[in-house]
Every structure is written in C-alpha cells, then in structure tokens.
Design a binder for this molecule. Sequence first.
Ligand SMILES: C[S@@+](CC[C@H](N)C(=O)[O-])C[C@H]1O[C@@H](n2cnc3c(N)ncnc32)[C@H](O)[C@@H]1O
Length: 271
Amino acid sequence: MRIDVVTLFPEMFGVVRDLGVTGRAHAQGRWSLHAWNPRDFTHDIHRTVDDRPYGGGPGMVMMAAPLEAAVGAAQAARAAQGLAPAPVALLAPVGKRYDQAGAEALAASDGLILICGRYEGVDQRFIERCVTHEISLGDFVLSGGEIAALAVIDAAVRLLPGVLNDGDSALQDSFNDTLSGLLDSPHYTRPEVYEGASVPAPLLSGHHANIARWRRERSLALTVTRRPELIESARAQGWLTLADERYLAELAGEPLPEPKKKRRFSKPKTA
Ligand SMILES: C[S@@+](CC[C@H](N)C(=O)[O-])C[C@H]1O[C@@H](n2cnc3c(N)ncnc32)[C@H](O)[C@@H]1O
C-alpha cells in the first residue's frame, strides 16, 4: 500500500513512518509514505500557499493551484510505479466519518492521496476538480488535517497482513467482524490484585470456554450500554447467538428467549 500525503508539515508524518508498529511495517516495506509540500509547487519568492477569503471573514484559505500541482506530482509518481490513479481524500470536518470499515477498505487497496487542510480550509474549486472523497475524524475541529491523516493511516496499516506481531490481535479488537462488530471486553494483566481490586475470577480459571463466555458477556454489556446501535447491527447480520440474546434479555430484565426446540425427525413413510 502506498500513501501520498499533501501537507504543509511533512515532518509530522515521522510519527507513523518511523515509530511503533507502523514504523516497523514501513521499514519492512509493507507500505510506503510519500509527503508532498504544496510550498514546493509555488512560483513566488514567498512560496505562498494561502490567501484571504473572498467575501471577507477571518483567517486564510489554501489556494487551489499549489494543491492541484502537488496532487499531479503524487499521481505521476504513482503511475511511474505502475499504479492506477489513486483516490484523492481531503481530511475535512464536513466529510464522511472514518470508521473500521473505512480502514479495512483502505488496507485492502493500493492506497490513496490524503490532502491535509490548514487555516479556514481549502479553495472549493480544488475540491471540485481533484477530490474524490472527504473524510472526517469526528464532530470536532482540528487545526489541520495532519492529525486526522495520521489516524487514517495508522488504523489501515495495522490491518495489513503481517504487520501485527500476533496475527490474531486485530481480530480481537473492537468493531471487528470476529467480535461480531461489538466493543472489546476489558483487559487485565499482573498483579492479580491491584490496590485491592482483583482480576475477575473467570480470567484466572484456565477454563477456555468460561473465559470466552465472560469476555463475550462483557463485550455485550459494554456495547449495549455505550453503542446500542452496534448490537442492532450485529443482530441484523445474524451474528448474535441464542446465548447472547439470553444474556442481553437478562441485562434488560426481559423474559429470556426460549431455547430452540430440537427438531425431531420422523421416520420416512414406507409405501
Ligand atoms: C481549522 S480546520 C477548518 C475548519 C473549517 N473551517 C470548518 O469549519 O469546517 C483546518 C483543517 O483541519 C482539518 N480538519 C479539522 N477538523 C477535522 C476533522 N474533524 N476531521 C478531518 N479533518 C479535519 C481539515 O483539513 C481542515 O481543512
């Protein structure tokens, strides 16, 4: 996967390129990062990338031409590597909220070009000419798109094959299909008693089925309290078992669903 970033602060991307899990994966060549500074695509002595907004108002707006030239250079470099033209995603509070499904889709692709806005935002004509997607990190306003881009990259890179040491650990995370899209259960490590609080007994039992059931129930309880819509979506996908439904009914103080009756097979009639 190749990620190109158009940013006034390329040095910020050392965080994913050089550190931790994503840094190790970058060193192993599992993904690559290329930063393009719009200032390098200006033609005046001040390397101007922004100007005052038409219509007045506070702040500055990023100019279309340096951004478009940077995107052109990124697409040309990708083409030289034999890659098809990439989607161009602007980080923007008005965009579609990034989620685990978005991270999975990105990890399964050849990558994309991320545009990091600054100031009041970018000239709308650049968006209309060059941007294929707008991605938001959430309902809050950052000073620039870089931190949002770092989150987009990190969430996708850790899903690439071979990036996580324990191949299963991404599967056990919140929102993963393996967890039925639910929230992850709580985790504990040594010591067994910390400031008077013990590790829950099932986790110390060594009984795999009981541990799995405890974790599943904690996931269900946390999800139904904090993100009930994820329970609905797991139910709609057919991912909740009868034991799950019984536990949820118990939590809600509702009558427990009846266990499914075993089907009886009658003997085939003989003529
Ligand atoms: C100060 S913000 C501009 C906010 C813009 N005037 C608005 O109200 O929608 C500067 C840049 O930060 C980035 N940004 C801010 N909040 C973001 C968010 N929630 N998600 C993604 N990018 C964001 C965008 O690239 C944006 O162009």
